[in-house]
Design a binder for this molecule. Structure first.
Ligand SMILES: O=C(CO)COP(=O)(O)O
Length: 256
């Protein structure tokens, strides 16, 4: 089954509003939706940049979608410092990263939190980009597949197959994030294939065949082609290289 490739940029905690406007203008000048029948492009800026990014990118023109990097599952209330799904949806976000390893490691996000966020986003008809990935210690123990597939099962526990089918999974080995040390295409494909097998076992082969599985971790214009050539890798979730319009454009072109 042909899955539409996706290139997603995770800006992390980078770019003020003024900087975000410049970068999104550069992106908008480059794309103008010319590739949109062959790939989906999403950028995930910090919260304060979301509305300016939606405005500048003008999805109808560029087909570049905007996602948040995190969200809380309750719709409103006394949750100081949190941002709700209705808030990001109203300003035009369609996607949201969930369970990034930085949120799990630095902010104590658990598999249960990830599951709540995934369910709440799907209930709001938004697209979760669910991040999973092992530490170097887990890889050295030889239990990567078990660890990552357990994260996938936990993230989608209790979710209906048709909702799983419209979700995105991003496999991001922690040891490859921001380190310049990319997983080899073979290493990445092995885990992405294991993720798809797990999804098929849990939710049926049809749903599993629809799920886009992205690879993330030091993706750059020099290594993207080899990764994208793998059958279970449907795109990338990119940090550093998404902060520069020219290099992000190269990544998008590589997945067309
Ligand atoms: O964490 C990542 C994307 O979510 C990957 O970051 P880098 O591309 O900077 O390694």
């Amino acid at each position: 089954m042909a899955r539409k490739p996706m290139m997603a940029g995770n800006w992390k905690m980078n770019n003020t509003v003024a900087e975000a406007v410049v970068l999104t203008q550069e992106l908008s000048n480059r794309y103008k939706g010319s590739w949109s029948d062959r790939a989906e492009v999403v950028i995930c800026p910090p919260y304060v940049d979301l509305k300016p990014a939606v405005t500048v990118l003008d999805f109808d023109k560029t087909k570049i979608a905007v996602g948040a990097q995190n969200v809380y599952w309750e719709p409103k209330g006394a949750f100081t410092g949190e941002i709700s799904i209705p808030m990001i949806k109203e300003i035009g976000c369609t996607h949201c990263i969930v369970g990034h390893s930085e949120r799990r490691e630095l902010f104590g996000e658990t598999n249960e939190d990830v599951n709540r966020k995934v369910k709440a986003l799907l209930a709001a008809n938004m697209t979760p980009i669910v991040c999973v990935g092992e530490s170097l210690a887990v890889r050295d123990e030889g239990t990567t597949d078990e660890y990552v597939t357990a994260q996938v099962r936990a993230a989608f526990a209790g979710v209906e197959p048709n909702d799983v089918a419209r979700s995105i999974v991003a496999y991001e080995p922690i040891w490859a994030i921001g380190t310049g040390r990319t997983a080899t295409p073979e290493q990445a494909e092995t885990v992405c294939a294991a993720i798809r097998v797990t999804l098929a076992e849990q939710f049926g082969p049809e749903a599993a065949e629809c799920v886009r599985i992205l690879y993330g971790g030091s993706v750059n214009p020099g290594n993207v082609e080899g990764l994208m050539a793998k059958s279970d890798i449907d795109g990338g979730l990119v940090g550093g290289a998404s902060l520069d319009a020219a290099s992000f454009a190269q990544l998008v072109e590589a997945c067309l």
